[in-house]
Each structure stands twice: as structure tokens, then as C-alpha cells.
Ligand binder design. Structure first.
Ligand code: APR
Length: 250
């Protein structure tokens, strides 16, 4: 595996416009559970019952009580791990330009990346469904469920629920980044949820190299990946950035 990582590092050093697509797996080492696979949230919860917009609108108290309250407890305390820090380092080195993330945890920004497209929105803010007032999730009082704004309206996280549309400007910017990049790092995503899963395919068709980092193979591995690095994102990124710094004599 080290040899594979070293070859990927060689490609990244030559890259002038790399992009990363990240998913839940990159935040697992920060203590945030993934959605699918071992220990995944969707093993415990039916996403159609707790993460679909219709379910939230029908019974916001239930969704807040079971899923959002738990997510708040985990995300409020999560910190970037070596994978987030590695991507921040790649931006500082001028290699990585943009991160497209399916995650809502804000850890890429906390690690220091400045151009992050939050494809599925973010959990850092809540919006009142009546008056549109925004409140930081950290400051939300969960003494009453569902939490309410001063106007009496219910707060909803600024995440994209199943059944909601990806904001068109995020989709457009992501597609443009994919078309323009020369390398795409695909980290910790099962590559099964559309339209995010098509981003690496767009990049590949436009001539980019695809470096996939995951614990296991995904549908993307066979179709598009030039490098399939099987391992924990934090450990792989640590080795990868160390090798890049060695190649750059830093
Ligand atoms: N390092 C690298 N990869 C990991 C690690 C780790 N430490 N832990 C888990 N993985 C991999 C798993 O093997 C899996 O392929 O991360 C992937 C996580 O997949 P999902 O849970 O499906 O996450 P993601 O692809 O981001 O899901 C997409 O689905 O339900 C929705 O809206 C939710 O944004 C989410 C979307």
C-alpha cells in the first residue's frame, strides 16, 4: 500500500488543480458515525422515517428527538482528524483547490480549508421555518424539543434532507470544479448517493486522475479509480502528505 500511496503522491506533486470529494468516512476518525456499513446510522434508523423532508415536516419533534439531538451532541464536540488536516495542508501547498463534501459537520473549514462546497448543506446553522431567522446549532436550547425560535417557529438544520433539492449553485460549482481539475481525491464515500457520486465520473471523463481512499472498494473503484488505496483516511492522508513534503523538500 505504501508504494501505491507514494505513486499517488508523485501525481499530486505534479498536479496544479486538485479537487477532493469527501463523504462520511473521512469524519469517522473524528468520532462521527457513517451512514452505511458497519456502525452506520442507517443500520439503526430508517432514513425515510428520520431523514426525509416529509418525515421532518410531518413530525419535527420525533426527528429532533431521535436523530438531530444525537447528531448535535456528536458534531458539537467533533474535531478535525489527520485526514481533514492533510487536506488543509494540501491546500496550503497550492495543490488542492476545492473540496466538495457531502458532510455537514464543518470539519474541513475547522481544519483550515477555505474553498469548501457543502453539497448537502451544513449542520452548524438552524433556520426557523416560520420567520427564516438563523441560529447557530451550538447555541440552540434543546431543553424543549423541537427547539423553537422566539417567533414560535420550529428550527430546522440547514442540511439537505432526502427529498430536498441540492442547491443548483452548489451543483454547478461542483461540476465546474470536476471538469477543470487534473486530479480528484475521493475520500470516505460509498459513492452511492446521487448526484454527488457522478462528480468523480465527470472529472474522469474530462481527463483527471482519480485517487480513491476508502476502507473498502466502492462502485467507483471498478469504473473510474486510477488508485484504490484501502485504509483509514487519517492514516493514508498522513503518509500521503509526508511523502509529498519529502518530494517537495519541505
Ligand atoms: N476511512 C476511509 N473510509 C472510511 C472510513 C475511514 N476511517 N470509515 C468508513 N469509511 C468508508 C466506508 O467504507 C464507506 O464506503 O466511508 C464510506 C461511508 O459511506 P456512507 O456512510 O454512505 O457516506 P457518504 O458516501 O458520505 O453518504 C452520502 O448519504 O445518507 C446520505 O446524506 C447522507 O451525505 C450522505 C450521503
Amino acid at each position: 500500500m505504501k508504494d501505491l500511496i507514494h505513486r499517488a503522491a508523485g501525481d499530486l506533486v505534479r498536479s496544479t488543480n486538485a479537487v477532493a470529494l469527501t463523504g462520511a468516512g473521512i469524519s469517522v476518525e473524528s468520532g462521527i458515525p457513517p451512514f452505511r456499513g458497519k456502525g452506520g446510522l442507517w443500520e439503526r434508523f430508517d432514513p425515510m422515517e428520520y431523514a426525509h423532508i416529509d418525515a421532518f415536516m410531518k413530525n419535527p419533534a420525533k426527528v429532533w428527538d431521535v436523530l438531530i439531538k444525537e447528531m448535535k451532541g456528536i458534531i458539537d464536540n467533533a474535531r478535525p482528524n489527520n485526514a481533514h488536516k492533510g487536506l488543509a495542508k494540501l491546500e496550503k501547498l497550492g495543490i488542492l483547490k476545492t473540496i466538495i463534501t457531502q458532510n455537514v459537520d464543518g470539519l474541513h473549514q475547522m481544519a483550515g480549508n477555505t474553498d469548501v462546497i457543502e453539497f448537502h448543506g451544513n449542520f452548524a446553522w438552524q433556520r426557523c421555518m416560520e420567520c427564516n431567522n438563523r441560529c447557530e446549532t451550538k447555541k440552540i436550547d434543546i431543553g424543549q424539543i423541537p427547539p423553537r425560535c422566539e417567533c414560535g417557529g420550529i428550527y430546522k438544520p440547514e442540511c439537505i434532507f432526502f427529498g430536498e433539492m441540492i442547491p443548483p449553485q452548489y451543483l454547478r460549482r461542483s461540476e465546474m470544479a470536476a471538469l477543470a481539475c487534473d486530479t480528484i481525491l475521493v475520500i470516505g464515500t460509498s459513492a452511492g448517493v446521487q448526484p454527488a457520486a457522478t462528480i468523480p465520473l465527470i472529472a474522469k471523463q474530462a481527463g483527471a486522475k482519480v485517487i480513491e481512499i476508502n476502507l473498502e472498494r466502492t462502485p467507483l473503484s471498478k469504473e473510474s479509480s486510477d488508485y484504490i488505496i484501502l485504509g483509514k483516511a487519517g492514516e493514508v492522508l498522513k503518509t500521503l502528505t509526508t511523502e509529498i513534503e519529502r518530494l517537495l523538500n519541505i
